[in-house]
Write a protein that binds this ligand. Structure first.
Ligand SMILES: Nc1ncnc2c1ncn2[C@@H]1O[C@H](COP(=O)(O)OP(=O)(O)OP(=O)(O)O)[C@@H](O)[C@H]1O
Ligand SMILES: [Mg+2]
Length: 261
């Protein structure tokens, strides 16, 4: 019989965490009554990548985020994060493991200040060793997001771009390893959009892996190393931006449907 010491077993487990893809979605389907929002979707995101998730309206993009972040339990299939099965865990448990998401329609606590919203995020997050470190990290992210002069303003006084920044800052306050960004750029003017793009690309320097949904093709093509395309709940294409942009199925999905890209 081979006896493995607890230390060796621990090292093997951490090797598993380091070598496994950061996120692995396998055979995920989600049905809402008679409607199939996702059908047998596979998706892998590796450490340090920026992966774009695109598809026409109603393709299932936000639903996939909701499954990964625990807001919906998949009808079938598995979600693994750092090698661990997280399928069906509650959102706060998944957040605590290191996955943060932003919402397509920003959902701050409207009567709490910007800083308070971020502190709520930090309290659910993974990476803070103690309260003081959490506060330091939150203040650093507040400065990074450019919202420092709004720190004490109630969230309901913010305009759209400020709300989108708060959405990002709140997600960042949870100290995630993986961040799911749902249309953080859509609806902004070109100057604001460029600023938001620079936030997204700067996440790489912070060692944060990104899965981003965005309808603005120019933006998603520029920021993503790899793009995954959903159409009517199914993955129809995956690859580098230039390959995806020229794929006949992708062109058909956008031109044939009611997509607004
Ligand atoms: N809670 C729900 N109950 C019933 N149907 C839902 C629910 N959430 C999503 N759907 C349906 O699932 C399908 C996929 O929706 P989803 O919001 O994931 O699409 P999307 O790709 O994010 O679209 P968009 O680009 O418009 O944001 C749609 O037909 C939608 O109406
Ligand atoms: Mg959506």
């Amino acid at each position: 019989m081979i006896v493995i010491s607890p230390q060796v077993a621990g090292n093997m487990a951490s090797m598993d965490h380091n070598t496994a893809p950061l996120l692995k979605v396998k055979g995920v389907s989600k049905r809402f009554g008679g409607l199939t929002a996702l059908e047998s979707v596979d998706l892998t995101v590796n450490h340090g990548e920026i992966v774009g998730l695109i598809g026409p309206n109603g393709a299932g993009k936000t639903t996939l985020f909701s499954v990964v972040s625990g807001y919906y339990r998949p009808t079938t299939g598995k979600v693994r994060f750092r090698g661990d099965d997280i399928t069906g865990l509650k959102p706060h448990k998944i957040c605590n493991r290191g996955i943060a998401r932003t919402f397509q329609i920003p959902k701050p606590f409207l009567h709490l200040s910007v800083l308070e919203n971020m502190l709520v995020g930090a309290s659910f997050g993974a990476g803070h060793s103690n309260r003081q470190k959490a506060m330091e990290d939150v203040l650093e992210i507040l400065n990074w997001s450019g919202l420092e002069d709004k720190a004490w303003m109630p969230a309901d006084t913010l305009n759209l771009v400020q709300r989108k920044k708060l959405e990002l800052a709140r997600a960042m306050s949870t100290a995630p390893q993986l961040i799911l960004l749902d249309e953080v750029i859509a609806g902004l003017n070109p100057t604001e959009a460029a600023e938001m793009v620079s936030f997204v690309t700067s996440l790489r320097q912070r060692s944060i892996t990104v899965l981003i949904i965005e309808h603005i093709m120019k933006v998603i093509m520029n920021v993503s190393e790899r793009i995954v395309v959903l159409d009517q709940g199914q993955k129809i294409c995956e690859g580098p931006p230039e390959l995806v942009a020229n794929d006949a199925r992708v062109i058909e999905a956008y031109l044939g449907g009611q997509g607004h890209a």
